[in-house]
Design a protein around this ligand. Sequence first.
Ligand code: FBP
Length: 554
Amino acid sequence: MNVTPLQKARYEYSPKLPGMLRGGISQISVKVGDATESVADQEKIKALFPNTYGKNEITFVKGSNTAAPKKQVVGVILSGGQAPGGHNVVCGLYDAIKATSRDNVLLGFKGGPSGLIDDNFIEFDDEYINAFRNTGGFDIIGSGRTKLETEEQFKIVTEVAKKHGLTAIVIIGGDDSNTNAAVLAEYMAAHNTGVQVIGCPKTIDGDLKNEDIEASFGFDTATKTYSELIGNIERDANSAKKYWHFIKVMGRSASHVALECALETQPNICLIGEEVAARKMSISSIADYIADAVEKRAAQGDNFGVAIIPEGIVEFIPEFSKLIAEINELLAGKKTDEFNALPDWAAKYDFIKNGLSAEAFAVFDILPQFVQQQLFLERDPHGNVQVSLIESEKLFSALVADKLAARKAAGTFKGKFGTQHHFFGYEGRCAFPSNFDADYCYSLGYNAFMLIQYGYTGYLSKVSNLSKPAEEWVAGGMPITKMMNMERRNGEDKPVIRKALVELDGAPFKYFEAHREEWAVKTAFTYPGAIQYFGPAEVCDLTTRTLALEKGEM
Ligand code: FBP
């Protein structure tokens, strides 16, 4: 393998562990905390998880290791979208396993959860692992989005586990994958398989967090990567002074990524989906809001700016969600064929006009034609509109252009409005993990093995106090059932980990809200620059603004 100088230097980096996990496995003892309850729907969750519900919170402390010695054969999977640091979770797990006994084994199941079903695996050794230390990506074993959730799948996993003599499975994933980890843990316990299941909190979207999990890994690196790029664009905009840049950033179900990037770069505009939903904003009112900033800046001679748009924005706009629901209905079943057989867009447009309610059609009709067509062309295997494929950065720049044209005609807007569009998503998911993510992930993996060694199952590896130096981090575990509630999913009531949306009364949003009016009109851009891996801690080990604000440290 060709190795770049940075890659080589990162191989040598020693991730920092929380103080209580330092000094060797034999010096890690366990402190059992309080019994837990789920965040809501306690009786229902308890009934669904009779073997794993209500377990105690766990913290590791310095002291003699009292875990009963046994040979450990652990299987690990990476699940869902890539997030920087995933390799280090595997490395931390491997190092803890091997530090306990060289006879212990770590198997990596390939291509995500389906690797466990297909029994597609490799056994890790030092040489293999060393080539992935402190690097980005999930290519160490690959990832996938197959869901492990049916009884049939659990039976197969049990067979695979039996074949390899697995003592534990570690699932590295987001809220859905860890919900499934909890269900698998319950199944394994109910069937006396002896297989423990431990989860690790991953997702660049930042929406797997709660009072126990302060951050999902990957959020730090991904937002720093996007913020570097946004800062560079801001500087370009401020140099050339001729474009408004519309930048979409990843984050389908929550706007944490957009918010963090805004806190890092102080753009003129940043939309927050949760606020749009709470204030029931319409497409037109959002376009007006942006156009107002363009007009005010133009009046002071600044015909340039930067607007950040979260990937999932359209689903937060109530009238847009209703439109999508009606389109899905309109094309259900055989009607898709009927629609596709129509000769041209004019005929299709008539079909749509006749099929939608007047309210939904009014929304459809203000969309630029390329978005109207995207709504009908890009469908998922179930025939539903793929909202994530809608180019919302182009949608809003087109709507703002319409608004400004009308204002120009009315004589209120006298400036220019040249635009550029960007989508930052995949650029950040496999970046070399920041020191924070490298340390956090390694600690999560190392800690996951401590939970296994002490016999716990159905727990999420928990490392907290993250805004402090790693020495002061606190390592332990929390029963996944504690984070669950019942939600309606695909027409059924299901126990799930509650997804964390941006809280409009939380410190990060409040900070943004207090400054955005000024940022909208002034050129208040800030330029974070590239992630630094070597150098002073105040530059290299900085966590996110979101975390600092949540912890009251900013
Ligand atoms: P996870 O929730 O699995 O961590 O993935 C998040 C994400 O990166 C989103 O931000 C993005 O919308 C999505 O994955 C893209 O998915 P895909 O890789 O399937 O295109």
